[in-house]
Design a protein. Structure first.
Length: 361
């Protein structure tokens, strides 16, 4: 028992010595760092200068914001429910529930290569001159200067049919699309409960940011609408073609019926039945064509109603307007940040150097 108590006291004494040593070493290190105040001051001044130069040289970033709301029409059937069975007889889907796109999927379209490439190859007006957005991007990022040693890339032209694009064209587009998707474009729904979508485009050139935001919103929304209504639109076109064809047949039948009736205005009673047969056949053709035309027109109206119901309503609320919101790097903030980083690095270096010297001595 006494031996155990002795060991506990010995361990406690050892721990106290270790703590004292650690405190003494910390104090020595702190005094050492204070003694090197000239180096810390020099490091702080250098860091402040670097931070200030960074703030002066860094170009401002402009943000073009576009906000719109999208309303998906009701898919429950509404007033068209009474025509659903009639429409299904002619292959028209008035339910609209099997669309490959739902409302939230429009946000995914903005980062797709298809939409970004289409937007980059769209022309816009810059300083009273029409220019492709991809060429403007290349100029902003000084890529042609970087390609100076490669004549194929330096003189590459995107203002040609896409069918004539080479592997160099596709490679450059891939790089630019990835860069824009990661660093330029942000698509978000500020409120998950609402159908409001916000599209932000950031760039060091405010004209490029504005034009790119306008073009991509227009391209994506048009593509989304056309894809949503493609099936219903094809139904309308098909039924319209059928209605026109049946209408022409009806007009032709009416003309032949009138000609047959005028051919024998006062037929001989003995041959009356024989002479009226062609006229009666023409009349039956007219009646049949009239019934078919009536049914096709009715189906056409159902298809038009389905098309209207399938078409989503997209209303732009806010568009980017010059001058755009700008984000600048603050001089004071950069100066303080540069000072803090430089002094911290110098302190770590001094501590590491002191530890290394103590180990080697």
């Amino acid at each position: 028992m006494q031996e155990k108590t002795y060991m506990d006291k010995n361990e406690l004494a050892t721990d106290e010595v270790s703590i004292k040593i650690a405190i003494r070493r910390f104090g020595n290190t702190r005094r050492y760092i204070y003694q090197q105040w000239r180096l810390l001051l020099l490091a702080g001044l250098i860091g402040a200068a670097i931070g200030l130069v960074y703030a002066l040289m860094k170009k401002p970033v402009y943000t073009a914001s576009c906000t719109f709301v999208m309303e998906e029409n009701d898919k429950s059937g509404g007033s068209l429910g009474q025509y659903s069975s009639l429409a299904s007889m002619v292959g028209i889907d008035v339910g609209g529930s099997n669309s490959i796109f739902q409302g939230d999927n429009i946000t995914q379209l903005y980062n797709s290569r298809l939409m970004l490439e289409k937007t980059l190859l769209t022309s816009a007006i810059f300083n009273s001159k029409a220019e492709l957005l991809i060429d403007k991007y290349i100029d902003i990022n000084h890529l042609r200067q970087a390609w100076g040693n490669n004549p194929t890339l330096k003189d590459i032209n995107f203002d040609i049919p896409q069918s004539n694009f080479t592997i160099q064209h596709d490679s450059i587009i891939n790089l630019i699309v990835n860069d824009i998707s990661k660093n330029y474009l942000t698509v978000d729904k500020p409120d998950k409960k609402l159908s409001m979508i916000s599209v932000d485009v950031k760039s060091r050139d405010q004209l490029f940011a504005k034009e790119f935001a306008d073009k991509i919103v227009s391209n994506v929304n048009n593509f989304y609408i056309q894809t949503k209504i493609k099936g219903a639109q094809q139904n309308v076109l098909l039924l319209q073609h059928q209605a026109d064809s049946v209408h022409n047949i009806l007009n032709s039948s009416i003309g032949r019926f009138a000609s047959a009736s005028d051919a024998n205005p006062n037929p001989d009673p003995a041959s009356q039945q024989e002479l009226r047969a062609p006229s009666q056949r023409r009349q039956i053709d007219v009646q049949a064509a009239t019934a078919i035309y009536t049914e096709v027109v009715r189906n056409l109206e159902v298809a038009r109603g389905a098309l209207e119901r399938e078409t989503p309503l997209i209303q732009v609320i806010d568009q980017p307007v010059l001058p755009l919101d700008v984000e600048r790097t603050g001089k004071i903030k950069s100066l303080l940040t540069g000072t803090f980083i430089a002094v911290s690095v110098m302190i770590l270096w001094l501590i590491s150097f002191r530890i290394y010297r103590s180990i080697m001595s």
